[in-house]
Design a protein around this ligand. Structure first.
Ligand SMILES: Cc1cc2nc3c(=O)[nH]c(=O)nc-3n(C[C@H](O)[C@H](O)[C@H](O)COP(=O)(O)OP(=O)(O)OC[C@H]3O[C@@H](n4cnc5c(N)ncnc54)[C@H](O)[C@@H]3O)c2cc1C
Length: 413
């Protein structure tokens, strides 16, 4: 890998800077004192934890400026560190707070400077009145196969408005958000290359409504719902990147020339390492809990960690979690410093971290025995929460597909 900036000329180091350590400890403090104690309650209530979002907004953890400063770190490590610590506290509450980062990434990655300046702050609201945002790509018949999206966006030349129609499925913050980023097809014949991303304010727009709220296995403090678009009219300038650029791109595609932009896929590629870091937070929470438990739980007259079967499991858990973190940090660093993901390193990091989280949380239940299976202990919740990380933002199979295509240069199916 060729070094491309001054930061990498100074030599190799995995040591965090003072700023990174300070931020990590600050987020960890919030996760430990505010998030973890509230986790079981909000999991049971299956509702958005607005008081905790408000608290995160009040201290600046949930804000436009906060996210911008995390992203500004030129090593790329701050974002995964913040995510790991917060999700260590609780993944449901963590996603209720940081789920907004996905639509923000879409606006940041695809918007014009004017759109970024207008819409990203609106995703967060204010410290007194925080808001959340939603990213709506999936549909009942378009999950892994993003090209199957049926939601349409038609341009009405008469009024100079986009008109969107369709149904979105499983949208995190869908319907409770003000800002919704919606992926729609502008030209069905072009498949995913005919997609564009639109930004819609629910408060200012008719024809966008929440559908059914989804009741879930885990991440229950994070709101997930269908979103219906019914003749939803928005101004011409609410297509991310601008209409002119979209028209040029579609013209290139129709002429058979290459086009780099596939609206949903672009967003996912940039956010996968961060999502991997969330899975890591859950895995580490389970590992740490199981380690302490194994030292204290006595059977046959000695702590259960005194058995190699238990101690080796914990050794494997720690090793796998640290290995996954290395992949997450590498991908975040590559993304931030503009290295191309030639071997789908972003997908690798999310694949590994998601699978480690599912495996490690299941092992934690085993180490806690009967207690692990009850709601009196948090590891069953960790396990339920971890499972989504092999499913959303690309299932494990889809990550393998992306990696396989990248390493082979072939269109593996
Ligand atoms: C809690 C939650 C939150 C979510 N949040 C959002 C959100 O904010 N925004 C959003 O747009 N979406 C969101 N989603 C949707 C999520 O991204 C999809 O569920 C996911 O992409 C998988 O799609 P699917 O459920 O339709 O599964 P399917 O695509 O139907 O896949 C079913 C199974 O088939 C496998 N499979 C499919 N195709 C292949 C293939 N080619 N090769 C091998 N195996 C294959 C899959 O890996 C999987 O195991 C969320 C989902 C959940 C559950």
């Amino acid at each position: 890998m060729a070094a491309t900036d001054d930061a990498t000329q100074t030599g190799f180091s995995l040591e965090l800077t003072d700023d990174q350590r300070e931020l990590r400890d600050w987020v960890h403090g919030f996760a430990e004192s505010v998030v973890r104690p509230a986790a079981a309650e909000w999991d049971e209530r299956e509702e958005t934890p607005w008081p905790i979002i408000q608290e995160a907004a009040r201290i600046g953890l949930y804000s436009y400026e906060g996210l911008a400063s995390f992203f500004a770190d030129e090593t790329g490590l701050t974002l995964p560190i913040v995510n790991e610590e917060l999700f260590w506290g609780d993944a449901g509450i963590g996603l209720a707070i940081l789920g907004t980062a996905l639509p923000v990434a879409a606006i940041f990655g695809q918007g014009t400077p004017e759109q970024i300046a207008e819409w990203i702050p609106r995703c967060f609201g204010t410290a007194d009145e925080p808001k959340v945002a939603a990213f709506c790509a999936s549909e009942p018949d378009a999950g892994s196969d993003v090209s199957a999206i049926r939601t349409t966006a038609r341009f009405d030349e008469r009024t100079s408005e986009w008109v969107l129609n369709g149904q979105k499925a499983w949208a995190t913050n869908g319907g409770i958000a003000d800002v919704h980023v919606v992926i729609a097809s502008v030209d069905r014949e072009l498949g995913a290359r005919g997609h564009a991303a639109f930004v819609i304010s629910k408060e200012e727009t008719k024809g966008i409504e929440q559908g059914a709220k989804v009741r879930k296995h885990g991440l229950r403090a994070s709101h997930t719902a269908d979103v219906h678009l019914d003749d939803c009219r928005i101004p011409a300038d609410q297509v991310l990147g601008g209409k002119e650029r979209l028209d040029e791109r579609l013209a290139r595609v129709r002429e058979g020339r290459r086009s780099r932009s596939q609206a949903a896929l672009q967003t996912f590629e940039a956010t996968r390492p961060t999502v991997g870091a969330q899975a890591l937070g859950i895995a580490r929470a389970a590992y740490e809990f199981a380690l302490e438990y194994a030292k204290e739980r006595v059977q046959f007259g000695r702590p259960i960690i005194d058995n190699q079967a238990i101690a080796f499991t914990l050794a494997d858990m720690k090793t796998e979690i640290d290995a996954a973190r290395m992949l997450v940090w590498r991908a975040s660093w590559m993304g931030r410093t503009g290295r191309p993901f030639e071997n789908a390193e972003g997908s690798m990091s999310k694949l590994k971290a998601g699978e480690v989280a599912v495996w490690a949380t299941e092992r934690a239940i085993q180490i806690l025995g009967g207690n692990g299976y009850t709601r009196e202990f948090p590891v069953e919740r960790f396990h339920r929460d971890a499972k989504i990380y092999t499913i959303f933002e690309g299932t494990s199979e889809i990550q393998r597909l992306v990696i396989a295509r990248a390493i082979s240069g072939m269109h593996i199916r």
